[in-house]
Ligand binder design. Structure first.
Ligand SMILES: Cc1ncc(COP(=O)(O)O)c(C=O)c1O
Length: 431
């Protein structure tokens, strides 16, 4: 029996951290308001709660318009439709992200082009974008991943130079700001997810934001089964789906948006405390500070693990040991999308992949070393809710990291289900 919980010792943390999501009386009241009326769905379009929330969400992100939709994946797809992405168009996206960033590109029979990430931010590396641009490129789809922003100054400069559109995937960035501008407000459109792990959530849900009325109208038509948009200045009629958000979902978003600034402050304070405790810890690296982020919106707190500084113990064993100490965290949180088991991709299903001189095999044609390093060796993700508690919670995270590192030899060569799971992508793990 060792000192670490994974080898039979006492876990450092025995009580749960703040659970997520949670609701309050304000959500209950808003739900009751929907329940007592007849407007439960997204029709008449848009609903009362969805409209009230959308107006406030737009203001929070410094844009004119917001449209609620039923998932974040749909938000990206509707944004791609808004800029008129057509079959065969190419869209540049980071390799290291959730599969849902690029699924919508393929579902429109367009072609995702993967670009590696910047190791300082784990976001799309602007320095590699220009070499990926071809005559077919129509858009760049940066993801503001984890706790950083893709470099919007450079991405907007490159987009303007090459006449490309920009859609910001803001699934991790609710309330975040870059140089005083809201996440999603700088590109042509921003797409948000309200899936249940996100910083505000309706269980499932999403939103598209933009400053461009024509784009808003296209989004509204597409997600409302092709009907005219609310304003219909541009008379777009698009063959669309019912991707509307229902009023029960919309109702629980408003109170969470009200709480977001206070929660953001708590998270930021707690994260700073964790960083002060982890400074100069061999084996642990912190992401480089970014002064252009003027309001932090960390969906996941991301650190780096350097196994070469810790006697070559692989990340899977470090993370599994930390989990058993009672600290929620994950290593293989994302994979480079082109390697993911959630990306089976039969080219026959996506004809545009076969329209060039040779058929594109997206699973085999890429090698993005920084994405692969982050995915398989280095990144350690902590969920945002564990930073909503007390300073004692943060100290438990830091103490557990130090405890595992101090006793790391105990996990060398260890066989354990938690370690096996850490070598599998989230979709493939044993429960
Ligand atoms: C980076 C990123 N993009 C897109 C999505 C898709 O959002 P949803 O799950 O709401 O469809 C997610 C959410 O899971 C995400 O994390």
């Amino acid at each position: 029996m060792g000192k670490l919980a994974i080898t039979g010792g006492e876990p450092l943390r025995k009580t749960p951290f703040t659970q997520w999501p949670f609701g309050t009386q304000a959500e209950a009241q808003a739900l009751q308001d929907v329940l007592s009326g007849t407007g439960w769905g997204g029709q008449p379009f848009p609903g009362k709660h969805a409209t009230a929330f959308a107006n406030k969400f737009a203001e929070t992100h410094t844009v004119k318009y917001c449209q609620c939709v039923n998932t974040g994946t749909v938000a990206i797809q509707a944004a791609l439709k808004a800029i008129d992405i057509r079959p065969g168009d190419e869209v540049i996206a980071p390799a290291y992200t959730w599969e849902g960033t690029v699924g919508p590109v393929l579902l429109l029979n367009a072609v995702p082009v993967f670009v590696d990430i910047d190791p300082d931010t784990y976001c799309l590396d602007w320095k590699l974008i220009e070499q990926a641009i071809t005559p077919k490129t129509k858009a760049i789809l940066p993801v503001h991943l984890g706790m950083r922003f893709a470099d919007m100054d450079e991405i907007l400069r490159i987009a303007a130079k090459h006449n490309l559109k920009v859609i910001e995937d803001c699934a991790h960035a609710h309330g975040g700001m870059w140089k005083g501008k809201g996440a999603g407000s700088m590109g042509d459109l921003g797409a948000f997810s309200f899936q249940s792990s996100k910083l505000i959530t309706s269980g499932e849900g999403g939103a598209v934001i933009t400053n461009n009325l024509e784009y808003l109208e296209r989004v509204q038509s597409y997600i409302n089964a092709g009907r005219a948009s609310v304003t219909d200045n541009f008379h777009h009629r698009i063959v669309g789906f019912n991707y509307r958000m229902g009023e029960f979902q919309a109702a629980v978003l408003g109170p969470q948006l009200d709480r977001l600034p206070e929660q953001a402050k708590t998270r930021e304070q707690n994260m700073k405390r964790l960083e002060s405790r982890l400074q100069k810890t061999p084996g642990i690296g912190l992401l480089k500070p970014e002064p252009r982020i003027t309001r932090l919106a960390p969906y996941g707190y991301v650190t780096k693990y350097f196994s070469e500084q810790v006697k070559d113990i692989p990340r899977a064993a470090f993370v599994a040991a930390l989990q058993l100490e009672g600290i929620p965290c994950d290593g293989l949180f994302y994979e480079p999308v082109y390697k993911s088991s959630l990306f089976p991709l039969d080219p026959a299903d996506f004809p545009a992949l076969s329209w060039g001189e040779k058929r594109l095999d997206l699973r085999k044609m890429y090698s993005c070393p920084e994405s692969e390093r982050a995915a398989y060796k280095e990144a350690v993700w902590f969920p945002h809710q564990i930073f909503l508690g007390s300073t004692a919670d943060v100290d438990a995270i830091a103490d557990a990291i130090h405890k595992v590192l101090a006793n790391i030899e105990e996990v060398r060569g260890l066989e354990h289900k938690a370690i096996r799971n850490q070598n599998l992508s989230r979709a493939d793990r044993e429960s």
